[in-house]
Design a protein around this ligand. Sequence first.
Ligand code: COA
Length: 293
Amino acid sequence: MSYTDKMLRDDALKGKVIVVTGGGSGLGKAMTKYFLELGAQVAITSRDIDKLKNTASELEAATGGTCLPLQCDVRHYEEVENMLQSVLKAFGKVDVLLNNAAGNFISPTERLSANAFDTVIDIVLKGTKNCTLAFGKHWIDSKQTSSTVLNIVTTYAWTGSAYVVPSATAKAGVLAMTRSLAVEWAKYGIRTNAIAPGPFPTKGAWDRLMPGDLAEKFDMAKKVPLQRVGDHQELANLAAYMVSDFSAYINGEVVVIDGGEWLKGAGQFNMLEAIPEELWDQLEMMIKAKKNK
Ligand code: COA
């Protein structure tokens, strides 16, 4: 067994209808593929319908599942409502909303225009709010008894992070929404959880966030105690579990999957990792000598 293996039993998501926003590429596509392999019917959404159509046919051919491409800019509530209606028309119901669509710019904050800041907030926070509100209202009105919202956040939702301030601000809001609704909507049978992935390289986001030779300069694997980046299947395994009935008692949780990355940056003495064994011998002698005086 390896962490790149598929984790759940074959029919773990059979009968479930799942919507993955931003499902046309990257991590959204990887999670969608695994959901299809586990028997779910999946609608993928983004602004780019051509990309979605290509992804849907590729994934249907690869998995034998049903993948529905739907154009939707999550920033606009009426587009989200239309998307929901199309899903209901095609599949008759929806069980899971995976809020994965995101946007991010790396930049000193003072260089961002007000519109650039808004753009990220609108996609990440307002987009997640739009989808969650529309789907939540539908589930409550139709008295559906078991449904799940899964939000993709990030570890800097609680630490904050320089140079991605709009994203950090928006993701912190999504995290607060996750925990708040987990309590408020549990009575309607709606579970609300989040995943906070560390570095999982994808073509799109990686090239945008680490352009040119930045990726080599700041080797992300070196920041991770486990000394490697994540594999897409690891994230897909976790997401599939979180939206499956196996996680029925998990509600309001944010699961970090980052090899220990954020804690490495946080612990006050973690920099002592750089001290070699011989130096530890010397330090121990010095400390003990002081004590014996
Ligand atoms: N750095 C700083 N500002 C930027 C920028 C960058 N890299 N890219 C765009 N902007 C600014 C634009 O100048 C514009 O502001 P202005 O009107 O004041 O000039 C504003 O942001 C909106 O830009 P625009 O290109 O019109 O946005 P959009 O709505 O068409 O698309 C994204 C925004 C984020 C969706 C788009 O950049 C994108 O598709 N990104 C890929 C997805 C992504 O970011 N994935 C990472 C997930 S972690």
